[in-house]
Every structure is written in structure tokens, then in C-alpha cells.
Design a protein around this ligand. Structure first.
Ligand code: BEZ
Length: 398
């Protein structure tokens, strides 16, 4: 199908090449009237490295929602440009500028990696580019660095981890080792878990941080075995999550319950196989959610891309839904900024994860599900936290 072909890896990379032309000084002619030219959407997402599958799923989900809504935004045709962020924070500012200044995009969609997000938000706060973060959970983006033009359709790292602190104690796991990559996402996730865990009487006996995106876990797993904790809480995602779960099982640690934000298994569960059995996670989505929006979405995604949707695809899908609601309200005039932002702030998103709205800081207020892998399936055990909002400490919209 043409639609699926249009978002192949090749075309993504070609789009990246277009963005590179923009960065070398060519700025495309703009129409004076804000609602006649194509709407230009820039993707700043990883299409290589440990998070490559996440970038692809977000792109797919986004384009699916747009196609389902007539392939237009407020009546206007759309042009996509994409830059491979490589999930590399050091290139975050340069790659953001390729899209914002070089390509002069109307909307920026990205990134996946919290470190890239921190560089990106500092730039778009200055340029005012309307930005939707479809994954990166860095608290600062909807905290101290929040801004009227910055929205998120995913989660904060705190949100996805906090609920498990209570669940672990309810399950009698009192002494826990935490582990992650050493960067904002991992550190914020471990802090979110620990805050709720210690509040409920738990003790973190050791925190282990390894460089991103290392997947050499052997020495750390040996240390965990010697510590004999009641449980282990980790943040890993993408190819790193796949490797960690397999290594954990191969190290003979399956008798120690493994927990984490749902990125530990989402999108990689099939490949993890038997090694993932029993893993307990919290997340704002689960493949098996029994609501009509999820069933319709999953069927459409599987048909368009011949693969299963995951949480990243949902977040991309909802980024497009948010943009559609804003652009419909202003009839495609992206220059009507106040009205556009106002409509996005008031959006009610009927998501495959369940309906959600945005907080004053522009971050989803949403349910977090407790999930467990049983017989190769992600089973929803219940809602761990209902309508959880990030505290958005330090956010002053002005
Ligand atoms: C992050 O860097 O914020 C992130 C990356 C992958 C999954 C979840 C969060």
C-alpha cells in the first residue's frame, strides 16, 4: 500500500537528507497567507541506534492518524521532513536547528531521548515553534522549561515509574536494587520509583547506573546476584531493554522479581520470549486494553504496517490527534498562534490508551496500568494510579 511505503526507512532517510539541505542555508519560500501552503511537520526522532524502533513506531502512528483524518491538517496538505536524532544529546541542538531554522517547520514532533529533549526545548522556547513531544519523558520539558508552545503526548519519567513504588511494597518487596542508564530518563525514573517506595517503607539497597547506550550488563548482574535483593527495578527501553531482560534471565536471576516502567517490555516482548515471563510493569498503555479505540487502532496499524503497534506508536498517533484538533479549530491557519495553542490546551484525546486531557503544563493526565507478562502476553492486572498528573514542579507558563 502506498501509505505504508511512504514511511519506509528509506523515505525517512531521504527526508533526513532534505532537512540537511535546509541546514546548509536554503530556506524554502513561504506563502504570505498562513493557511495556503503545505503544513510543514519536522520529525526529530531516532531512526538508528538503540531507539530506532521507537522512532519508526512514532512516525508510523503519527502518519496513520493523519491518513485516517483525510491526510490534511485544517484543510491543508502536509509536507514531512525528518532528521535522525540518533538519540544523541550532543547533536540535539544542531539537529533541532536543522528543522526549526533550516526547514522553518510549522510544527516539530520529537524527540524520544530525554537528553535530546533538553537541548531541543531550550531552542523552541526561543523560536516559539509549536512542538509536540511524542516520547521523551524529561521532567524539565513540562517543568522548569515548560512553555506555551511545548506539548507532550507521552508521559514524564516520574509518572511512569512512581506507581510501582507502592506496588512493590504491597507485594512484600522491601529491599530493592535499582538500575538504569545514566541520563535524565533513567535517573528520573529511578527517583520517581524510590520516592513512592521509601514513602511506603521500602529501602533501595543499591542504585546502579551504566552509560547510555551500553548493553554490557554482565558485571552488574553478578553484583545484583550477590546483593540478593527482594526485587529489582530498572529503566531500559528499545534494544537495550531486549538485551537486559535476556541477560537477566541468562544470569539465573529470574527468582528475583523484575519491575520497571513498561518500556522494559513494550515493543520487544515477543523477542524477549520466555525471559520476560513474570515481569511486572506500570505504563499508560497496554496492547491488551479492552476499549474500542485500542482495538480499532491496533487493527488499522497492523494492516498499514504489517506489524504490531506498541506504546510508542500510540504516542505518535496521539501527537497527530492533538495537532489535528488544534489545526481544525483555526481552519488551518497556523499563524493564529493563540487560538491554536488554546485549542490544543483544551483538547480531549480519545486515545488507544483511554481518553486523556492535558495538564496546565501540557503533559497528559492519565491512568497508569499495572501489567504482568503471563504466557507471553502483557496482561493488565488493573489501574495502579488513576488520572495521575505530573507535579510539574517549577513550571511557570508565561
Ligand atoms: C527517554 O529518554 O525519555 C525515554 C526513552 C525511551 C523510553 C522512555 C523514555
Amino acid at each position: 500500500m502506498d501509505f505504508a511505503k511512504g514511511i519506509s526507512r528509506r523515505s525517512i532517510l531521504q527526508a533526513g537528507a532534505i532537512a540537511a539541505v535546509g541546514a546548509s542555508g536554503f530556506v524554502p519560500t513561504r506563502f504570505a497567507i498562513g493557511n495556503t501552503a503545505k503544513v510543514k511537520i519536522g520529525f526529530l526522532l531516532p531512526y538508528s541506534g538503540t531507539y530506532a524502533a521507537l522512532g519508526e513506531a512514532i512516525t508510523n502512528g503519527f502518519k496513520l492518524a493523519i491518513e485516517e483524518r483525510g491526510a490534511k491538517l485544517g484543510g491543508r496538505d502536509i509536507q514531512y521532513v525528518a532528521v535522525d536524532s540518533e538519540a544523541n544529546p550532543a547533536k540535539g541542538p544542531e539537529n533541532t536547528n536543522k528543522l526549526v531554522t533550516g526547514e522553518n517547520v510549522d510544527f516539530l514532533v520529537g524527540p524520544v531521548h530525554s537528553g535530546v529533549a533538553l537541548g531541543m526545548v531550550k531552542i523552541v522556547r526561543e523560536t516559539g515553534t509549536i512542538t509536540i513531544i511524542p516520547n521523551a519523558g524529561a521532567g524539565a520539558a513540562t517543568g522548569p522549561l515548560c512553555a506555551p508552545n511545548i506539548f507532550r503526548t507521552s508521559f514524564t519519567n516520574w509518572q511512569a515509574a512512581y506507581p510501582m513504588g507502592k506496588v512493590a511494597m504491597e507485594r512484600g518487596l522491601k529491599n530493592v536494587v535499582t538500575m538504569s542508564w545514566k541520563y535524565a530518563a533513567g535517573e528520573e525514573a529511578l527517583a520517581g520509583f524510590e520516592a513512592n517506595f521509601t514513602k511506603n517503607g521500602g529501602k533501595v539497597v543499591k542504585q546502579i547506573l551504566v552509560p547510555f547506550p551500553s548493553d554490557e550488563f554482565q558485571a552488574n548482574l553478578t553484583e545484583i546476584a550477590s546483593l540478593k535483593p527482594d526485587g529489582v527495578f530498572v529503566f531500559f527501553a528499545g534494544a537495550g531493554a531486549l538485551k537486559f531482560v535476556k541477560d537477566y534471565a541468562a544470569a539465573g536471576l529470574k527468582s528475583i522479581p523484575l519491575m520497571g516502567p513498561g518500556f522494559l517490555t513494550d515493543g520487544v516482548l515477543k523477542a524477549q520470549g520466555e525471559a520476560a515471563e513474570g515481569i511486572l510493569t506500570t505504563l499508560h498503555y497496554a496492547d491488551a486494553l479492552d476499549i474500542p479505540e485500542n482495538k480499532t487502532f491496533r487493527a488499522a496499524y497492523a494492516k498499514a504496517f504489517a506489524k504490531e503497534a506498541d506504546v510508542y506508536a500510540v504516542q505518535g498517533y496521539d501527537a497527530a490527534q492533538l495537532m489535528v484538533q488544534g489545526m481544525t479549530a483555526v481552519k488551518g491557519d497556523a499563524t493564529a498562534r493563540d487560538a491554536l495553542i488554546g485549542a490544543m490546551e483544551k483538547a480531549v484525546i480519545k486515545s488507544p490508551r483511554g481518553t486523556f486531557t492535558l495538564s496546565k503544563a501540557h503533559n497528559p493526565i492519565q491512568d497508569f496500568y499495572l501489567r504482568q507478562v503471563r504466557n507471553g502476553q502483557e496482561v493488565v492486572l488493573g489501574v495502579a494510579e488513576k488520572a495521575l498528573a505530573d507535579p510539574a514542579t517549577g513550571c511557570k507558563m508565561g
